[in-house]
Design a protein. Sequence first.
Length: 240
Amino acid sequence: MPKRFVVAASDFSELPRFDVGFELADALTAAAQQLHDTSTSHHTLRTAARLAAHILPGAEYAGISLVEGQTRRTLSWTDEVVRSADALGAGRDHHAYWSGLWNGPVARIEDSAAHDDRSAALADLGLRSVLSLRLRTDKRRLTVLTVYSRKPRAFDESATRIGRLFTAHVSIALGAVTVREQLTEAMRTRDLIGQATGILMERLGIDVADAFDSLVRASQQENVKLRDIAQEVVDAMKKD
C-alpha cells in the first residue's frame, strides 16, 4: 500500500509568487530546484501543489490526488475547496473524466457550469475550469496534479503545455526522493534484521544462516513482514 500523505494548507512553507513577466524557463528552473531540495515525498507533494498554483497560467488552486478504481484521495492541497472537489470526483459520476487520464496525460473541463450535469457540483463550489495532469500511473493507481480556476476557460493550450513541463519536473523529483526514502528504509531494515539474527544466534546457539532461516519461517508462518518479525525479536530482547 502506498504511504498516505496528508497536507493541509497551513503546512505550506512560504514560497515566492513569480512576478508577471518572469521568464518561463527561469520559473521552471526555480521550481525544479525547490522540488529537488525537498527531503521527503510528503514535502515534495506539498511543494508541488503550491508551485502549481503559482506557475500554471490561470491556476488559483491546486492539489495532488491518488485515484484507485472509484476511490480518490487527496494527498496535498492548497485550499479546502480542493478537498471538496476531490470528494465529488470520487464517485461514478466522474468516471469518464478520470478514465481519460489512464489513457492520456491530460484531462480538462473548460466550464463546469456548461460541461454536463456531472460537473455541476464543481460549479456549485465556484470552480469553473479544471485541468488535470497525470504524474504517475500503474495498473491500479493513478497520481494526478489538478489545478482549478473560478473563471471559465481559464486553461488554454499554453497552460496545458506549461503544466506538462512542470509535471515532468515533479515526477522526476518525486521519483528521486522516493528512491532515497526506500534506500534509507532498506538500510534501517538491514540493521534491524542483523540485530535480530544476532540475538537468535546467541540465545539458540545457532549459526547465522539458521538464525536468518528461522526469521524467514516465522515471517511466512505468521504472514508478517520479515522486518516486523525482526522488530518483535529485538523488542523482546529489550524487555528481558
